[in-house]
Design a protein around this ligand. Structure first.
Ligand code: ADP
Length: 161
């Protein structure tokens, strides 16, 4: 059976921590779909279309990785894509509590859907999109934390304000 996995998230914006997980997943599975969530309840810095485009640009080098936006339930997206494995990133025990709740719910909603948790390189263990946005908004240098295309997009976004 070919292993097709989904890596879901809001990616507002994609960070080097996300990229680290994508790289690991791409080397382990036949096909990785990055599922960018519309997340209407989150007041995102980037629109869904912008987030999808940035993820696409930053992951061009991976031949077995594709990116799609979705809204609604993740389990419905997984069913439509005929993928039965979710990849999630685990940074600290704080993530664990949240992720454990999510994975339990997903399995109730779609029996057979498994979650696999990957940990990033240690330098990304404390990196989040929220922190990147905060540092950028206050004029800090985010070079080490996001791909170049994301950095440029954040600069452009700030210039609009
Ligand atoms: P969500 O809104 O689903 O939490 P995120 O875009 O914040 O979306 O994260 C998507 C996934 O990537 C989650 O599993 C999250 O734990 C993981 N993740 C986020 N940042 C990192 C990081 N620095 N290292 C490893 N995993 C990460």
């Amino acid at each position: 059976m070919a292993n097709k996995v989904i890596y879901p998230g809001t990616f507002d914006p994609l960070t080097n921590g996300h990229l680290d997980i994508i790289q690991r997943a791409a080397s382990m599975f036949d096909e990785v779909i990055i599922a960018v969530a519309a997340s209407p309840s989150k007041n995102t810095m980037f629109t869904l279309e912008e987030r999808v485009e940035l993820v696409k640009q930053a992951t061009q080098q991976f031949a077995n990785v594709s990116t799609k936006g979705f809204s609604g339930l993740l389990v419905d997206f997984a069913r439509d894509e005929k993928a039965n494995i979710l990849i999630r990133g685990l940074r600290t025990t704080v993530d664990f509590e949240y992720e454990f709740g999510l994975t339990t719910m997903y399995r109730r909603l779609l029996p057979g859907l498994e979650s696999i948790f990957l940990t990033p390189a240690e330098e990304y263990a404390f990196l989040s999109s929220t922190i990147v946005r905060e540092v950028a908004i206050h004029g800090g240098n985010i070079d080490a934390f996001v791909p170049q295309v994301v950095h440029q997009a954040i600069n452009a976004k700030m210039a609009q304000k």
